[in-house]
Ligand binder design. Structure first.
Ligand SMILES: *Cc1c(COP(=O)(O)O)cnc(C)c1O
Length: 388
């Protein structure tokens, strides 16, 4: 496989090659990363649940009761009562008839879109949708329509173009992961009603972050019952692992029988289901985590704006710190790391060539001291690099 040498060099030439950063500690506000102690600001552990004692204890207890592995795919013999309890709890939390858990968010998107949409159908997608949605679309033979990011006139136009299709599905991220902006889901639902389309929203970054008790974007806009498929991940704010869809019971029944990423993979270890249930309980009975997340977000963003950084148009804890071209974003990340702050650069083709950035995710776990130190590091490095 010597051809890989040239291909790897090609990635390096384009500034697209990275090694995996390795943590020597659990996931928390300060970690040891590649051997160095740093404040970490690029995780999706929004509420600090990934390493919370309540999740640890729930998982340990489930291991004692249920063992470690599930031992089979869901459809054959891998579904335990605890998997069903999690799905019932998710449906209740999301105020839907039913929910179905997949091994990961990427599997939920791939399986759901692949199973629901046929050759005669049309899928209508925001141009900045997440890669796992794009994968799902690619697994179908449906006609594809892409509208400019958040552009409702653009959406209307493609809905008209797609009117000959048997069925239409509009699919969008709820919170966009690169910029932290929010899809105008209320307008999307209106247009979907007008043009007879279904709506699927990927709420990976809205779950546990937006809405009452972190119920997500559907609750944020008051659209309960109006979004056909509310997809989310259990791997981010919930601190666990897995993806799910919440919606009608017949959607669940159909996907169990047709979604390939559900059928051909082993069920979660029962401890994962148990820890996830504990996360859903905790987000409802300990509102302080969500309050802290938003308080930290406001504190950090205000300080960064006061320093003169360009942090884009984010409406959520995701905070892009604009650096310019790829090389500058990589240099920013490198210098931050040297001073004790870890955040990955995000470069072309993930974002436009001149919109390379370091993406910061503030979490509820960051203390005031962490944030003040991070802000001071940004001030130093930002001045040195003439970003402020
Ligand atoms: C992270 C993410 C996913 C994938 O979720 P996993 O559970 O990590 O597989 C899907 N969609 C969006 C928008 C995401 O940010």
């Amino acid at each position: 496989m010597d051809f890989l040498k040239g291909m790897i060099q090609d990635l390096k030439d384009k500034n697209l090659f990275t090694e995996l950063p390795v943590l020597g500690t659990e996931q928390k506000n300060r970690v040891v990363l590649n051997g160095k102690e740093v404040i970490i600001m690029c995780t999706n552990n929004y509420l600090g649940f990934a390493n919370h004692n309540r999740l640890r204890e729930a998982a340990k207890k489930a291991i004692d009761t249920w063992g470690f592995g599930a031992g089979a795919v869901r459809q054959i013999a891998g579904t335990m009562e605890i998997h069903i309890q999690l799905e019932e709890m998710l449906a209740e939390y999301k105020h839907t008839q039913a929910a179905l858990v997949f091994v990961a968010g990427i599997a939920a998107n791939r399986g759901t879109i692949q199973a629901l949409m046929g050759e005669e159908d049309a899928i209508i997608s925001d141009e900045l949708n997440h890669g796992s949605i794009i994968d799902g679309v690619r697994l179908t033979k449906s006609k594809r329509f892409v509208y400019p990011h958040l552009d409702m006139e653009g959406l209307k136009k493609v809905l008209m173009e797609a009117k000959e299709a048997r069925r239409r599905l509009i699919v969008t991220d709820g919170v966009f992961s690169m910029d932290g902006d929010i899809a105008p889901l209320d307008r999307i639902v209106e247009l979907a009603e007008e043009y007879d389309a279904m709506v699927m929203v990927d709420d990976a970054h809205g779950d546990g972050v937006l809405g009452k008790d972190g119920r997500g974007i559907v609750d944020h806009f008051g659209l309960e019952g109006k979004v056909d498929i509310d997809m989310g991940t259990l791997s981010k704010a919930f601190g666990s692992l897995g993806g799910y869809i919440a919606g009608r019971k017949d959607v669940r029944d159909y996907l169990i029988n047709t979604a390939r990423s559900f059928i051909f993979t082993t069920a979660h270890p029962p401890s994962v289901a148990a820890a996830t249930m504990e996360a859903i309980r905790m987000i409802q009975d300990e509102p302080e985590h969500l309050q802290q997340l938003w308080e930290n977000t406001r504190y950090f963003k205000t300080a960064m704006i006061d320093l003169g950084f360009d942090i884009g148009y984010s409406q959520t804890p995701i905070t892009p710190v604009m650096a310019g071209e790829s090389k500058e974003a990589m240099e920013l990340s490198r210098q931050l790391f040297e001073e004790g702050l870890f955040a990955k650069p995000i470069v072309f083709p993930l974002v436009a060539k001149d919109k390379a950035r370091v993406r910061i995710n503030v979490t509820a776990q960051h203390t005031r001291e962490d944030l003040d130190e991070a802000i001071a590091i940004f001030e130093n490095v930002g001045k040195r690099m003439k970003l402020i």
